[in-house]
Every structure is written in C-alpha cells, then in structure tokens.
Design a protein around this ligand. Sequence first.
Ligand code: HEM
Length: 612
Amino acid sequence: MVFSVFSAPYVHPELHPIVAKMTLFDTILFYVIHFVDKLELWQRLPVLLGLAYLGIRRHLHYRYNLLHAGGVNGHKYDTQEYAYTTPDGMCNHPADHLISSQGTSFGRNMPPTTLDYGTNIQLLFLMLIKLLDPHPTVVASKLLERKNFKEAGKQFNMIACSWMQLMIHDWIDHLEDTEQVEIRAPDGYSSGCPLKSFMYFKTKKFKTDASCMKFGFQNIRTPWWDGSVIYGNNEKGMKRARTFKDGKLKISEDGLLEHDEKGIPISGDVRNCWAGFSLLQALFVKEHNALCDMLKNARLVTSAIIAKVHTIDWTVELLKTDTLLAGMRINGCEFLGKKFKDLFGNICGPLLSGLVEFVSVYRMHSLLPDEIVLRDIKPTRGEYKCPPILEKEPMKELLGKEGERRLSNLGMEQMLVSMGHQSSGAVDLWNYPTWLGNLIAHDINGEDIPDPVDMATMEVYRDRERGVARYNEFRRNLLMIPISKWEDLTDDEEVIEALRDVYEDDAEKLDLIVGLHAEKRIRGFAISETAFFIFLIMAWKADRFFTTNFNSKTYTDKGLEWVNKTETLKDVIDRHFPEMTKNWMRSSRAFCVWDSMPDPTNYIPLYLRSAP
Ligand code: HEM
C-alpha cells in the first residue's frame, strides 16, 4: 500500500484522459486529490482539510466536467426590466435570454462513451448488439431486482425520497422520439422476467455543433430552480395551475391538488406521479397561496424556499458528515447571499441546462418501498408519541389517478406523518422495486401510456442509448481511480459472484447504474461517492435570482424576510400544520425518520471538528 501511494505521481494518460488537457497548475491540483484518493482519505480528514479537498475537486470539475452541447442563439436583455423568468424559463441568464429555457439541450459532464460497448459504433446492427451487451434484462434481473426490501435506516425517510422525485420533476426530463424500440428478454430467459418483451419511445437525438459530441438531447422541463413542478414549464402549464385570482394556484378544499375531469391532478408536472409526490406539490401550493395573501407574485419566494430546503436541509440528510454539513452551510451563505455573484456566470450555461450524467446518477428508484405504512394519528397532546401502525398500502395502489383518490381519503396530515415515520429503500443492489417491472408509465399530460414497461431494464438501456460512460470510464472522467477487479468495488462475496456471472471479469463493461448501487459507502452517505462527485458540481446550481438578484428590489422586503426566516421543510410544515411536528416529530429534521432522536448538541465548532 505504502509503495503504491508513493509511486502515485505518474498517472497514465489512459487512466485519466482529462489530465492530458490540464494546465500545469491544475495538473498539480489533480495530483493532490489523486494522492488523497489513493489513501482513501478525504472523508476521514478534519473538516477544514476535507473542505479544501472538496474545493479543489469542485474547481477541477468546473473546469473539465461541464461541456456545452452547442450554442444557444438568444440575446442579451435588461435584467432590471425582467425581474422574473418567463413561464418557459427564458430571461434568467444575463448573457443570453434563451439559456436553459424549456427545450434547450442537455449539457454533459463528460463526452459520450468511447468504449466499444457504447453508442459510438456506427453500423446499426453492431450498435444494437453493443447496446445489448450484456443484455439489459439480464443485468436488471440478476443484479437490480429486489429480493427482500432493504431500508435506508433512520437517515432517510419517504418524504426525502419523494422530495428527490419532486426536484427531478422540477429540473429534467428527456424529450422522447416518436419511434419506439422493443426489448425482448433473451431466449431461455424470459420466464424469470416481469415482461417477456416491451416497447417504449427512444430518447430523441439532435445533431449538435459541439466538437465533443455529435448528438445531444433536449430537456423538456425548465432546469432552473423555478418551481416548475408546481407552476408548469410553459404558458400552457402555468395557465392550468393558476386561478387568476390574487395570484393564487388551484388547490382543492381538502388542501390537496385539484383534479381535472379525467382525475388527473392539476399541477405543473403530473408525469409518473404518486400520492407522496402529489402531496409535496400540494404543500408548496399551500406555501405559495399563503404568500399571496401578502405578495402578488409569490413564485420567486416559493422557488427560493424549495431551493433552500434542498440545499441546507435535504442534502445534509443525504450526506450526513460534518464536512458536508460545513460545505452546505458555506453553500447556503454563498447561494442566496452575496458572495457567489456572477463569479461562475460563464459555466452556468451547461450546468443549468441539466446534464445527461446528472440524470443517470439520480436513477434511484430503489428508494421506493413496496408499500406505505399508514399510521394512526388520533389527536394527542404534549410529548412526542410514535403513532401506531394502522395498515399497509401497496405502492402500486398509490400511483396515478388511483393514488390521488386514495390520498383524498387519507388526507395530507395522515400521509405526511406516515411517510415521515417510514424509512425509504436503500440505494443498493437487489433492491429495485419489483412492482416497477410492469409499470404503466405516464406521458407528459399525466395520461397512461398503454404499453407497460420494465423500468429496471429500461434504465440500463437508457444510459447506454444516451452514450453515458460505463462505471469505470465514468470514474476516470470524474478524475477518480477506476476499479481493476470486483473486490475494489465491494466486499460482498455474493455480489462479486453475481457481477462475475453477468460481466465475467471485464470491469470496463460494468454498467453505471450497477456500479453506483454496488459501491462501498462512505459512512453517513446515502449515495455512492461517485454519484456525490456529480452532486458536488450541481450543489452550486445558482442562478441570478439566488445571487445578484437576491435582494428586496426583486423579492420585496416581506418576500426576502419570508425566505430568510425559512430554513427547513419543518418550518414549512409548521406554517401549514402548527400542531403536526409538535405531536408527531421527534427528529431534528423532516427528512429523517421522525421517531429518531434529535441530533445531539456538539459543542465543538463545526469547522474545528476532527476526522470521524
Ligand atoms: C412512484 C414513483 C415513481 C415512478 C412511478 C417513476 C417512474 C418513472 C418513469 C416511468 C420514468 C421514465 C423512464 C424512461 O422513459 O426512461 C422515470 C424516470 C426517472 N425517474 Fe422515476 N419514478 C418514480 C419515482 C422516482 C424517484 C423517487 C426518483 C428519485 C430518485 C426518480 C428518478 C428518476 C430519474 C432520474 C429518471 C430519468 C429521467 C430522464 O431520463 O430524463 N423517480 N421514472
């Protein structure tokens, strides 16, 4: 080990192709982090040193892991005149009014894969073979599909899981082609598969003028943190959601979303919704409407609160270490504060258009359980008492229109307290919900797509179809050390055997989604380190409304005060359900399991804390 550490300075260019392109200064920085990585040390460093490591990484990733998919041909405009973005996300970036509006191209964190298993093979029939190597159905059923439900523990509850879906539906969705593709389970294999074959729409490809990628993909959601998940991604979506009275959004009398004549919820985004997701939408509609009693345009304030909760509340639960807590606090001050300004203006383009690889690391459907455990919340007074279990509701019955009906019977309070008390699934192999193996997905209008899909198989295929690097190439491109054998990835003998069964001894072939689910975890992290380094880039996803325009002129004095006094999701819940957290929540935050003990007080200042 010692020998390998001190022999580290030379890194073969094939190991880290990006290093060959670096300036001398950045190359030195790269060697610093590479040295720390060889010792598997950064997560064990004292907080300040850990922050320095992450600072260097962030600098390098900003330089080398943000690629434009091509030019955006809008124009400059007067940001003072536009104190808001248009419903389809125009007029946010000061340099170009079109940047990151609905329909712009996804940027990338790295070029499309160069490996032979990927999409760079031009001959059609060969390409198909490579897209099916190894067959996605085999990967899904031998490595992903749930055997027994594994839970995430106290750290991450079902509100946190639904929050993740809420954010994804705010930021990203790939435009589909009109052409369908069919996946058939291989001969002799179909008996073990949820669907022997299924059809779905390809991701729509566009030619780009970028030198590093021939093809790109379009984002049909506005990637800004603009609350589009409740306000819609364009004029039509916005009209559907608004009442046009006092600036308010539509909400039904029971405090949940309204529905149209087909039973589809009325909200900004209704695709693949389920009760837990629609409940969070309704909570933020309430927040918006409460603001409207004071302000006429409450969207900016509501969006800022969503962004703040995500950054300094949800992320802290996802990555529960002192170093990340300190990092997120700094982030929270920079973001929604003054320091960040337009410092990163030049890189905001691809960052804020959404990134293909960012979508891939968020493939975490294994967070979803098989059932929701409903709690009895008869009125109580005084101290916290864990609400008793009432019944269990299969997830499948909480999807789409049926889920909306069920939610109306339960009501927001019972569902919120129940989700708060339930741990989400763990992001682990053999934990992908089997009920997603035969799913009726939705189109963008929330209507059922008639052909059922096998989600796990489709997710493996999607990454390959979009040219996302496989796990090892992905790590190299992220300046991480690739694995050379399965034992580098995991200590679990059973997993190693299954990996060998599917990929033999070819670590280069390992699919990204499998690697991310199999990787050894850093203590306190609910996700893999590889996924975290992509998050590190996105954590500073700040636009002008959270930086230069974060002032009372844009937000009004009252609006600014509202954002400043709201720190967490608990604050939002307290505003709308004053008794709920007093009676039913013992934990410090709304995103961990509500019966967990509050965080103990640590008297050592955060930045002076030592390694865990
Ligand atoms: C009941 C809950 C959910 C259902 C029914 C559902 C269903 C779907 C479906 C049908 C797709 C489209 C797949 C494709 O065409 O490639 C999708 C994509 C996706 N979902 Fe979910 N999902 C749910 C929850 C979640 C959660 C909790 C997360 C967060 C971890 C998540 C993350 C994603 C991501 C990252 C994509 C890819 C989006 C893209 O390709 O642009 N989903 N989901």
